[in-house]
Structure formats: C-alpha cells, structure tokens
Design a protein around this ligand. Structure first.
Ligand SMILES: [Zn+2]
Length: 401
C-alpha cells in the first residue's frame, strides 16, 4: 500500500477513500442484507448441512454393509468374463445403485429446497434433465477411473498407487481444460460478453493487471436460477472468465468491474494450477494409504487380493475417509487464495465501495450466511464468509486514506 499516492496520481478517477465512505459502507451493507434474508440463509445453511451430514453417514454405512455382508463378493461371483469387463460392470452396477438409493435425497436437496427458498426457477423436467446429465457424466468418469485403477492394481501391484494418482491428476487437468468448452455447455449456454462499454473496461483492467485473458463469457443462469456467480474456468487455451447473466443484469458496471478484478486476481496468482497441485499431493498420499490398507486387509476380509473388485467398497471407504479428513485443509487453502484474490482486486480496480456492495448483494441474493459460526467456516467454507471479506475491504479503505 505504500505506493498508493503514485497509484492515485496515475489514476484519472477522483480519490475514493475517505472516512465517510467507510461509514456509508457500514450503513449500506447492513441494509443490503435484510434481517429476514439473514434468517432465511441461516435456516437453509442448517438444513443443507444436516442433509450432507446424513448423506456422508449413509454412504459410509452402505459401503460397510456392501463390504461386510458379502454382497460385494456375491456380485463379483455373479459377473462372468474377463477381469476388466467384470470391473466395468461392477462399477456401473454400483454407480446405478447409488443413484437409485440416493435419488430421494438428490430430489429434495437439488429441486425442493432451492425452489422453496426462491433460489431456483427451474421446472421439474428441466431439473431432472440436468440431474441425469450430471449423473451420466459422473458414471462415465467413475467408469474410466475404476477401469484405470484396477488395471494398474493388477498390472503393477507395488507401484499402482503412484500411477493411479498420476492418471487422476492428468484426468483432472484434461477435465479442467474441457470444462468451459465441453462440460459447462451441457448445462448452460455460454456467449461472449457483448456489452462494448463493459468489454472496454474489462480489457483496460486486464491490461493494467498484465494478464492475458481469452475472453469473458456470459452464462444464461437466469433460465434456471435467481442467483449470481462469476468464476475463472479452464486452463491453457480454454482459460476464461465466466459470469452469469444475472450478474450482468443486476449489478452496476463498477460492481461488475470489481468482481472481474477478483477473477483476474485468480489469473494473476495462477490459482487453478496451484489448486491442481494441492489435489495432486492429496491424491498421492490417499492412494498410498489405500495401497497399505488393501495390502493389509484384503486377505483377512476374504478377498482374493488387493486387485479383487469385491474390495471396491474398502478402497472407497479409505479414499473417501481420507478426503473427508483432508477437506478442512483444502478448504482452508481455498479460503486463503480467495482472500488473496480479494486483496488483488482492491488494489487493481480501486473500487472498494463497489466491491463491498457487490459482495453484500451476492451474499443476499445467493442466500449465503453472512456470519456463520467459526467451526462451520473452518469445516465447510471454500470462500471466506461475507463478514471477513468486508473486514478485508475496510482494512484496505482505512490503509489507503
Ligand atoms: Zn474467487
């Protein structure tokens, strides 16, 4: 912040920072998020959390039952054919059973709740089509991963965990690459930003940031949802910023510029590659521990060996358990890079007031909890909650007087 005076003199805008601005922002954000919306957000957060807790517990119990009841071994014996064919059919049957068992929960969580809280405007058929597309995509990726992991387990019993994590990292890089061009368009229509004034401001912002952007795309979220969103997507040649049409329609140009500055911050900090690196580390450790668990417990559990597909629930229990344990660390890392992108955005766009109202509007509109309990923040939040981001903006305003 020590070069603030030179930055201000370079800027053709009037000085934006003064004591009264801070007082104004206190006033406006307090009133932007109405007490009634805060209460609704708290209620929704509590409900969603209970549901996801229930889901996690049910997944664990079902996997234990699948493993210990002999059902997994029975299914394996039913399936004839070559090793990989058996693995493929086993994975597909398990994935389909999972979908059927959890369909009431998916319906309630994905359709009933968002409509009840006014977050979704999508009809049942539209929701079902999206849900089935998501499920088919997940099943296909699960099949690819399952085949690769079990083939590696059989072919390289000592080092499979290394190759399996490498394979999944490469798959994740490929998916990140394809996400904005192949996967997101399955659900939303994407169009280049057409507003010339906004485009000009954004290009100017990117130029000042020294970041090469491959375009800003607008997604037709309004056909499904009342929420707003913006994000960085893709990697390499597909790297771009995606914003929802709801954001473009309902936010002032200053607010949009401030939000886009945050996304440019992710670009400048190379946050997607950094997140992939964190994932890679997590995968490597998890697969190594899964390797030890399979070697130790396969025979005592009556399996034919670590590569026995009937041990699939054991593999899922170990991997799922480790991801669950590591989740607060990954979320903590994510909150840190989000906070760094906020600071970057403030320094780049120098629109603290607009950034603050944009954050308040997003919190209000998306029914996010403005100030969740500390432990919830630690366990579940991949973005800092509103009160922390607001404090960050206010610190910036105070330090750049
Ligand atoms: Zn972000």
């Amino acid at each position: 912040m020590n070069d603030q005076s030179t930055e201000e003199s370079r800027s053709h805008r009037p000085a934006r920072h003064s004591e009264s601005w801070i007082l104004n922002s206190e006033f406006s954000t307090r009133h932007l998020i109405s007490p009634e919306r805060r209460e609704k957000a708290r209620e929704l957060a509590r409900l969603s959390r209970r549901l996801s807790l229930l889901e996690t517990a049910a997944e664990g119990i079902l996997l234990l039952l699948f493993l210990f009841s002999g059902l997994a071994a029975g299914l394996r014996d039913l399936l004839p054919g070559a090793f990989l064919l058996r693995v493929g059919v086993f994975t597909l049957i398990t994935g389909a059973a999972y979908e059927v068992i959890f369909s009431p929960l998916s319906y309630y969580q994905g359709y009933v709740l968002p409509r009840r809280y006014g977050l979704s405007v999508q009809g049942f058929r539209g929701w079902l089509a999206d849900h089935l597309k998501g499920w088919a995509l997940g099943l296909f990726l699960g099949l690819v991963a399952g085949l690769a992991i079990y083939w590696l387990l059989a072919a390289y019993p000592a080092t499979w965990w290394l190759w399996a994590s490498l394979f999944l990292v490469l798959l994740s890089i490929l998916l990140t690459h394809l996400a904005p061009v192949l996967i997101l368009p399955l659900f939303l229509k994407l169009q280049p930003l057409t507003d010339p004034e906004l485009g000009r401001r954004l290009n100017e912002l990117a130029r000042r940031a020294g970041v090469r952007i491959k375009g800003v795309f607008v997604a037709d979220l309004s056909a499904r949802s009342t929420t707003s969103n913006a994000g960085l997507m893709g990697i390499g040649a597909t790297r771009r910023i995606v914003v929802s049409d709801t954001l473009i329609a309902q936010y002032t140009p200053d607010e949009i510029e401030a939000v886009l500055a945050h996304e440019l911050g992710h670009h400048a900090h190379r946050d997607i590659p950094r997140l992939i690196l964190v994932q890679a580390g997590l995968l490597l450790v998890s697969f190594y521990l899964a390797h030890l668990a399979l070697r130790r417990f396969s025979l005592p559990l009556g399996l034919e060996g670590p590569a026995d597909i009937a041990g699939f629930p054991l593999l899922m229990l170990v991997l799922g358990g480790l991801f669950l344990v590591a989740s607060p660390l990954v979320k903590g890392f994510s909150r840190r890079i989000e906070s760094a992108a906020d600071s970057y955005a403030l320094g780049l766009a120098r629109l603290p007031q607009a950034f603050l109202t944009a954050l308040a509007k997003l919190t209000d509109q998306n029914l996010a909890e403005a100030r969740p309990p500390r432990w919830e923040e630690w366990l579940f939040y991949d973005h800092p909650p509103f009160y922390r981001r607001k404090a960050n903006v206010e610190r910036y305003m105070a330090s750049s007087q």
